[in-house]
Design a protein around this ligand. Structure first.
Ligand code: PGA
Length: 260
């Protein structure tokens, strides 16, 4: 696991964009795993800027989103479909037919989940998976107690997660109970995982995920078992890391060829 601590979320999002852009430049047919939430917003702005100003080409890219709410139509303003089109897809040239988001309106959930897994495999697997982390340690919508080898499936949200989403739905009662989410096993199959976390409220879950025991009670901790997981944090989100000074030292003394 590599942990990079940046002074603020703007610098962290610049670095994250360089990492994603490098993947796309090196592999024009890259498969991107994408996340929603507040955390990746600046990363997405940076990718749009790189596309517009530097010609970063997404024409060969395929994307798979982590999750979607069950029973929320794509056009709903709080669906993850709407989020992705508003913040990324309408400003990039990823071909529409190669954009994949779980179908929260499906009438056959197990079949839709199997099909999603199959589509990821057929695309050659995810090259780089962007992740946020919840205050309860979830990645995707894999809530605490999720199997560490889970695949894409239906999950029931915790009360904490539903309360976090309340503002987007105009009240907690309107937040769906159920979601479709890539599993922890699905995420672990990605060739690289890029987890972003910003702000003091993430400090505890980041420290538990990076330095605590690997446990389904902190789903993000499974990334300790991933051969290529990078955490890009701001100072505040790194606040409870025991080895923060060591991570900073490592980053400052990297040989040039290891820099992003
Ligand atoms: P956030 O959500 O980016 O809005 O903080 C992250 C998450 O819950 O996974």
């Amino acid at each position: 696991m590599e942990i990079i601590i940046c002074p603020d979320s703007l610098e962290a999002s610049e670095l994250a964009a360089r990492i994603v852009a490098r993947t796309v430049r090196e592999k024009p047919h890259a498969v991107l795993g994408l996340a929603t939430g507040n955390t990746p917003l600046q990363l997405y702005r940076n990718l749009v800027r790189m596309h517009r100003e530097n010609g970063l080409d997404f024409g060969g890219v395929t994307s798979f989103n982590l999750d979607e709410y069950v029973g929320i139509p794509p056009a709903h303003p709080s669906s993850f479909h709407s989020y992705m089109w508003a913040h990324l897809f309408s400003s990039l040239n990823i071909p529409r037919e190669r954009i994949n988001i779980p179908d929260g309106m499906t009438t056959d959930i197990p079949a839709a989940c199997r099909k999603y897994e199959q589509a990821i495999r057929s695309a050659g697997g995810v090259d780089i998976q962007v992740l946020g982390i919840g205050m309860n340690g979830h990645i995707g919508f894999n809530e605490p107690s999720s199997s560490l080898s889970s695949r894409t499936r239906i999950k029931t949200l915790t009360e904490e997660t539903r309360s976090d989403a309340a503002a987007a739905f105009g009240g907690e009662d309107a937040v769906p109970n159920h979601v479709l989410t890539m599993g922890l096993g699905t995420i672990m199959d990605s060739k690289m995982c890029l987890l972003l976390a910003f702000g003091k409220k993430k400090a505890r879950s980041v420290a538990l995920a990076a330095e605590g025991p690997v446990t389904s009670m902190v789903p993000g901790s499974v990334l300790q078992m991933h051969p290529r997981a990078i955490f890009v944090l701001d100072d505040e989100a790194a606040d409870e890391l025991k080895m923060a000074d060591y991570y900073r030292w490592v980053d400052q003394h990297k040989p040039d060829w290891q820099k992003y």
